[in-house]
Write a protein that binds this ligand. Structure first.
Ligand code: SF4
Length: 831
């Protein structure tokens, strides 16, 4: 620590901190425009100049390292005059078009001119006269208003790792634009919109919608991925007009990805449900709440009487709040008396939980978003974490690019992480288990682990015997990774002082499963590392929460095991006649779950299908009764993020039509069924949740490690008829199928595209935008093709988000319930 004096106040600072950083940390304001704590000091705007005792020149405080004993003055006449001159020079070029600028009222330049004092205006004004560049789908560039502080260029490159923006030209005509002045096409994270101090970069969706001072700002939690960023929503006349991240707000300190920033408008989708619907004469027709709830009550009672409680099942939702999910499981267990309840987590987070218990004897796996920081080595297995969990991905990039971590990414396709990696292991898709086993085998052979420490762990000798099959040569044949690369990665990993393995897993991916998590956990145990060396984030906004609330057939709230296990997803949705009635809340299995044709068949067989959702989903279209639920922004409650942090959601807009919060619908249904569920208000549910949460704390079991050896099992193998492997992966611009209802995100990614390698495409006569027919052993779908260098030969990549693309009509479940690669045939569609 060092000590310095700023404006007569003695403060302390860390060695290496700049004067500006030290001042801001100690509550001393120094005006600035080009500084942001996420960026490398730039000293571009010169507004933060200060006087340092003993120095003749004024210095930019953002780029001057604070020194012990330094005496700094931030507001002397000399500093003020120089600062005014700097602003005066900016205003030579910057237009005074505040009346028509969306930023007016929250423009940093406007604010500074007001604070520092009106410049004299001694220079001849020369304005840029480029028209606003509104060619891109979401972001508008107004070069005329740009002060060339470079914040947007730097956040895009240094922080986001995208480098989509750059300085075009030299001198006065310099503008910030995409390379070669092309249309800006990027991650659409919108960080440039938030960071721009003037109106040079704006959100197109928000353009001319409202003046900032007429907006009411309310905070809530993002409804998309498991990171759980805080959104600051701008609302006018009851409508959300924008979403932004504010520095210092929420667990990600104001960082947002494009889904959180632009995707909120999914709640205004056209197929929003306004009233309950009952199927009459084959058609879903509007009904009153009384009619719909009585219909459900009568039918459920009759099914339970005739077929027993075990003939009723329910599916909960990672999009619903903890309170909604809690009351759903209570309804099933206390009113229906059935433990048949599950969710999409059965294909993702549920597998992580299972592996965690098997490998470490613990429940409730949670990640630490900051875990990548200060790691020497980060090993990512077949996952594009910058896509599935963008802000977690930013921390991985930070660790690599700012802290010098060794980032090793094993993936079959090129991604942002592979581009920034220290080493890209381009493995064949779905072979992560073999790679992890191969790494352990080399570590074992070279004696790079503490055998004495880990050989007592249960299963060690079985693991050793399984690893015998994973010689570098055998691993090369499975993964395609040359022996020397595998050996070097194993050595780097084993010798690192601090290391972690990370991956994603979920219903929207088909290259990893329980075995991959077990193989990764084996590596953690093998090295004798702490369990937090394995980081697998829960997929969606409340995946962790729904699991914690007991939306699973084998445990109640707080992970407390049940005496009698109910039926899970695999039985309820894939086995004939396993249940007669299903209550599906906030989930669309027909779009999101594998082998959807089979699911459609099962749903059509049901005596009663109740779907409760915000929109008429593909699953809802098959229902006997559809109940309109409130959107995420229309209700209070909580989400629990992948860190296990319960965060409050706030009702920020009114409900639409007759829709109600999910918890209220379920409470009303149990009343209609003549059962008092013991809940009248939301607070009653919260109280019960906290009681269970307390029991979770007491149920935390001590660590009990074991090895669970796993062998590589290939997915569906390509053959002469189906010669290509199909990988299902998330897109950056979408989260499940919910975000596909967002008009803004639709502008960027409106449909599923099949990505394929150029050589495969040439052989099949396919070019960019060709309409192709994709056929698996189960079904065929039609998609547009995109030729991409990022894709390896013999493979095609597709996302499952889009209902009309029906990707899950092609996919399948393995015999043990996992989702794995599908073999497909791709041909030019005959039009
Ligand atoms: Fe944050 Fe995830 Fe929402 Fe993006 S999608 S803003 S990373 S919570």
């Amino acid at each position: 620590m060092i000590e310095l004096t700023i404006d007569s106040k003695k403060i302390t600072a860390n060695k290496g901190e700049t004067i500006l950083q030290a001042a801001l940390k100690n509550g001393i304001y120094i005006p600035n425009l080009c500084y942001d704590k996420r960026l490398i000091p730039f000293a571009g705007c010169r507004v933060c100049i200060v006087e340092i005792e003993g120095q003749r020149k004024l210095e930019a405080s953002c780029a001057t390292i604070a020194k012990d004993g330094m005496v700094v003055r931030t507001d002397t006449p000399k500093v003020r005059k120089a600062r005014q001159t700097v602003l005066e020079l900016m205003l030579v070029h910057h237009p005074l078009d505040c009346p028509i600028c969306d930023k007016a009222g929250e423009c940093d330049l406007q604010e500074l001119v007001y604070k520092v004092g009106k410049p004299e205006g001694r220079f001849v004004r020369k304005r840029k006269e480029a028209p606003a560049d509104i060619r891109g789908p979401l972001v508008e560039l107004n070069a005329n208003r740009c002060i060339l502080c470079g914040k947007c260029v730097r956040i895009c490159d240094e922080h986001q790792g995208r480098a989509a923006l750059g300085y075009i030209g030299r001198g006065f005509p310099t503008v910030v634009q995409a390379a070669f002045g092309e249309i800006l096409w990027c991650d659409f994270c919108g960080q440039c919109v938030d960071i721009c101090p003037t109106g040079a970069i704006l959100s197109k969706a928000y353009r001319f919608e409202a003046r900032p001072f007429f907006l009411e700002e309310k905070e809530t939690i993002c409804p998309f991925c498991g990171v759980g960023c805080t959104l600051t929503l701008g609302i006018r006349e009851g409508k959300i007009l924008r979403s932004r991240g504010k520095t210092g707000t929420g667990i990600t300190d104001g960082n947002l990805c494009g889904r959180g920033r632009f995707g909120f408008d999914y709640i205004y989708s056209k197929n929003r449900l306004n009233t309950p619907l009952i199927r009459k004469g084959g058609e879903l027709t509007s009904a009153s709440w009384e009619e719909a709830l009585s219909y459900i009550s009568n039918n459920l009672k009759s099914i339970v009487t005739n077929h027993g409680a075990s003939s009723v099942g329910a599916i909960g939702s990672h999009r619903c709040t903890n309170e909604d999910n809690y009351i759903l499981q209570k309804f099933m267990r206390n009113v229906i008396r059935s433990n048949n309840i599950d969710s999409s987590a059965a294909f993702g987070y549920g597998l992580v939980e299972k592996a965690w218990e098997m490998a470490f004897g613990q429940k409730g796996h949670r990640i630490d978003l900051k875990s990548p920081l200060n790691k020497d080595v980060i090993l990512v297995i077949e996952s594009d974490l910058s896509t599935t969990h963008p802000i977690f991905g930013l921390n991985i990039l930070w660790a690599k690019r700012r802290e010098g971590a060794n980032l090793i990414v094993a993936d079959s396709r090129e991604t942002k992480l592979t581009r920034h990696s220290s080493k890209w292991l381009r493995i064949k898709q779905g072979t992560g288990v073999a790679l992890l086993n191969g790494i352990m085998k080399i570590i074992s052979d070279k004696g790079l682990f503490d055998k004495g420490k880990v050989s007592n762990i249960t299963g060690f000798s079985s693991l050793e015997s399984v690893l015998k099959d994973y010689s570098p040569d055998a691993v090369y044949k499975i993964t395609g990774i040359p022996e020397e690369d595998l050996a070097s990665v194993a050595e780097i990993y084993a010798k690192a002082k601090t290391r972690m393995v990370s991956l994603s897993i979920g219903v929207s991916e088909n290259t990893k499963g329980l075995d991959t998590v077990l193989a990764a956990a084996n590596l953690i145990n093998f090295m004798g590392d702490n369990t937090d060396s394995l980081q697998i984030p829960a997929e969606y906004s409340n995946t962790f929460g729904l699991y914690q609330m007991g939306i699973r057939p084998d445990a109640g709230p707080g992970f407390i095991p049940l005496e009698k296990t109910g039926k899970g997803i695999l039985e309820m949705l894939y086995e004939p006649d396993s249940v007669k009635a299903l209550y599906i809340v906030g989930e669309d299995p027909v779009v999101n779950f594998p082998n959807s044709s089979k699911i459609v068949g099962r749903l059509k067989e049901l005596n009663l299908l109740i779907v409760q959702d915000i929109a008429l989903t593909e699953t809802a279209k098959l229902a006997h009764v559809v109940l309109p639920a409130s959107r995420w922004a229309e209700k209070d409650g909580s989400f629990t993020n992948a860190e296990g942090l319960m965060q409050q959601l706030h009702k920020v807009v009114n409900t639409t039509g007759q829709s109600l919060p999910d918890w209220q619908i379920i409470k009303n249904l149990s009343q209609t069924m003549g059962r008092d569920i013991g809940i009248k208000h939301l607070a009653d549910i919260s109280e019960e949740i906290y009681a269970h949460f307390a029991s979770l704390q007491s149920s935390l079991s001590p660590e009990k490690r074991s090895f669970n050896p796993v062998s590589y099992i290939p997915g569906e193998k390509p053959d002469a008829e189906y010669p290509l492997s199909m990988v299902v992966r998330d897109m950056l611009y979408h989260s499940g199928s919910m975000s596909t209802r967002s008009e803004s995100l639709d502008l960027v990614a409106p449909e599923a595209i099949l990505e394929m390698n150029e050589e495969d495409a040439l052989k099949l006569g396919i070019s960019d935008n060709s309409l192709v027919k994709v056929t698996s052993k189960r079904d065929s779908v039609y998609l547009k093709a995109k030729i991409s260098e990022a894709i390896p030969q013999g493979t095609v990549y597709v996302p499952a988000h889009f209902p009309h693309s029906r990707i899950n009509a092609l996919t399948h479940l393995q015999s043990h319930g996992g989702i794995s690669l599908d073999a497909v045939k791709v041909e030019l569609a005959k039009i």
